[in-house]
Design a binder for this molecule. Structure first.
Ligand SMILES: NC(=O)c1ccc[n+]([C@@H]2O[C@H](COP(=O)([O-])OP(=O)(O)OC[C@H]3O[C@@H](n4cnc5c(N)ncnc54)[C@H](OP(=O)(O)O)[C@@H]3O)[C@@H](O)[C@H]2O)c1
Length: 341
């Protein structure tokens, strides 16, 4: 399978490492022989129709800063759209930086790949949060697959659980903790009595929170994930503007003490029922969804089977790389008729 990889940061590099370490296993167990025929970062690209050497990609990125500097196959300053247009491949993996106003440049990467008949795997939530209904329609029209299981729950297959495992259920609502950064901050405030500002500093020092943390703490990241869940699992045609969002900046130790007195704690909860909301809520400690640290948890409520909760690590470069592999195998199985999903 020929792959164009856009973005060689934490996720992209871990994906290449995963391919490097699992080549034999992928062939033996899945009949999958992935070839990266082009890789693009913000400063250039490297391409070889026979497939680039996985070790070579990592070494050049590490030593030279950009794959465009590859002495044999590199081109500096070429952009992803040119590569998508010029390079023959079955799958484009979009793992570039997220932008939530226009979704660019990832929006154009995804749209153009689809229009050129290439399947797409995106770990980038930006274009999906802004235009998932239109992108799904575009992919269906062009008869290609658009997959994005790493965008919700990282390596934990929350989207697959809701859509595949609960396929015969009528899911009426769902709610969950979908952002590890805010869960870490609230857990720290809860267990150690730190203020919001102190807990945020700890999260930043540990690399759980960005220097500019608003996407996480203002609930926008959780809202993006709700949009993806609503479209993919509940078949609701919604985008980011349909979500009512409140973050955790205003939460104090007093709020947590009050929640503790009711045998609960405060969590940033994303929920989809009649409305789609992100808000800090008191959750009972006995609720299976009440996980701590950077963990994520989502409870699906269905008419026949009641509540079912899936828990796991929400993000991380290797976890997300593993979700790309899951999507790749899913696409490959769909193409070969082994799977219909
Ligand atoms: N890290 C996680 O745990 C995680 C989990 C789920 C989803 N995601 C999403 O997955 C995506 C990648 O995450 P990451 O952690 O790998 O981010 P990252 O470390 O910041 O890497 C981003 C990569 O995108 C490249 N890039 C930026 N603009 C580009 C452009 N115009 N064309 C081509 N490449 C471009 C960057 O190039 P340079 O190397 O030249 O700067 C870099 O290689 C993001 O959208 C993120 O939100 C990440």
């Amino acid at each position: 399978m020929r792959i164009i990889l856009i973005g060689l940061g934490n996720v992209g590099k871990n994906f290449v490492k995963l391919l490097l370490n699992r080549q034999k296993d992928l062939m033996d167990n899945f009949g999958l022989s992935p070839r990266i025929v082009a890789v693009v970062d913000s400063k250039g690209a490297s391409r070889n129709p026979r497939g680039l050497d996985f070790n070579g990609i990592l070494k050049i990125k590490e030593e030279m800063g950009s794959v465009g500097k590859d002495p044999l196959f590199g081109e500096e300053n070429i952009i992803a759209l040119d590569i998508i247009r010029e390079v023959e491949a079955e799958v484009v993996i979009e793992a570039s930086s997220t932008e939530l106003v226009t979704g660019e440049p990832a929006m154009s990467h995804i749209e153009n790949s689809i229009k050129m008949g290439k399947h797409v795997i995106s770990t980038n939530k930006g274009p999906l949060a802004l235009a998932l209904p239109a992108l799904i329609e575009l992919a269906e029209y062009n008869q290609v697959m658009l997959r994005f299981s790493g965008t919700v729950g990282g390596g934990t297959p929350i989207l697959d659980f809701g859509r595949k495992c609960l396929t015969t259920e009528k899911i009426v609502s769902l709610k969950g903790i979908l952002n590890g950064t805010t869960n870490y901050i609230l857990s720290k405030m809860d267990f150690e009595g730190t203020s919001f500002e102190e807990a945020l500093k700890f999260a930043q020092n540990l690399g759980y929170a960005e220097a500019e943390p608003s996407t996480d703490i203002d609930g926008i990241d959780t809202a993006c994930k709700l949009v993806i869940l609503a479209n993919w699992v509940l078949k609701r045609r919604v985008t980011l503007k349909d979500v009512k969002i409140t973050g955790i900046r205003q939460i104090t130790r007093k709020d947590l003490r009050e929640a503790n007195n009711k045998k609960g704690t405060i969590k940033l909860i994303g929920s989809i029922s009649e409305n789609i909301k992100v808000e800090p809520l008191t959750v009972l400690r006995s609720d299976p969804m009440c996980v701590n640290g950077t963990l994520n948890a989502v409870t699906f409520s269905s008419l026949t089977s009641g509540d079912q909760t899936i828990i796991g690590r929400g993000a991380g470069g290797m976890e997300t790389a593993s979700s790309i592999l899951r999507d790749l195998i899913n696409i490959r199985n769909n193409i070969s008729g082994r799977e219909r999903f």
